[in-house]
Design a protein around this ligand. Structure first.
Ligand code: G4P
Ligand code: NA
Ligand code: NA
Length: 194
């Protein structure tokens, strides 16, 4: 998605060979116009997939999921990272290991919001090592629902996430695929010279 790539080029900040900071439009301040266009694009890509629910994870997955939910007329559910006060034990839980934080955390979704009838589009802001996405897939599978596909805003293609999800046979649509962040420079997969 050209507009997203342009935002990454002009507003993204390469912090290291592995980490891209996009706090001006996605992870802290939110560009609602751009996130609306991102959600619109997810809706276009999955319009024939009979999506009944969108599943993301708090907090940064929510903004890019908004317009997809509206356009596909499918409720948006965000997995929680901390158990909320009002959440009882009626939840699906999955363990998610973070390579960056070197810790494992539970993510939870109430059993009230996913059924075996659902066809779920999973959306997240970043695909890195894929652990969050695999946790969300695990929750959909626990519900006996169908993973209809994954929509990712920014994929770091030099990490393992895509491979792990493709091994499970699921469709992934990433709107920007980063080949490399080396030397402080963003190179996208689709602009590689071969
Ligand atoms: P890992 O693959 O490296 O282990 O990453 P992990 O899934 O543990 O992700 C840790 C957090 O960092 C996630 O956000 C994830 O979206 C984010 N993330 C991973 N790589 C990058 C990157 O290159 N740039 C940015 N900006 N974020 C990245 P989170 O902790 O769940 O926070 P939230 O923003 O969703 O609240
Ligand atoms: Na994030
Ligand atoms: Na996220």
């Amino acid at each position: 998605m050209e507009r997203l790539k342009q935002a990454i080029r002009t507003k993204g900040n390469v912090l290291s060979n592995e980490v891209l900071k996009v706090d001006t439009f996605l992870n802290h301040q939110v560009d609602v116009e751009l996130m609306g266009a991102v959600g619109e694009e997810f809706a276009r890509l999955f319009k024939d997939s009979e999506i009944t629910k969108i599943l993301t994870i708090e907090s940064s997955g929510i903004a890019p999921s908004f317009m997809a939910s509206a356009r596909l007329a499918a409720p948006l559910i965000f997995a929680r990272k901390k158990k909320s006060l009002t959440m009882n034990d009626n939840v699906f839980v999955s363990k998610v290991y973070s390579f960056t934080k070197r810790e494992t955390n539970d993510i939870t979704v109430s059993k009230d919001f996913l059924t075996s009838e659902d066809r779920v589009l999973i959306i997240d802001d970043f695909l890195a090592n894929g652990q969050a996405a695999l946790g969300l897939i695990d929750i959909v599978e626990q519900a006996g629902a169908t993973v209809a596909g994954l929509g990712i805003v920014i994929e770091k293609s030099f990490q393992d996430g895509r491979k792990l999800i493709e091994e499970k046979g699921y469709r992934i649509e990433s709107l920007a695929r980063i080949h490399s962040l080396e030397n402080g420079h963003v190179t996208f997969v689709d602009e590689l010279v071969t």
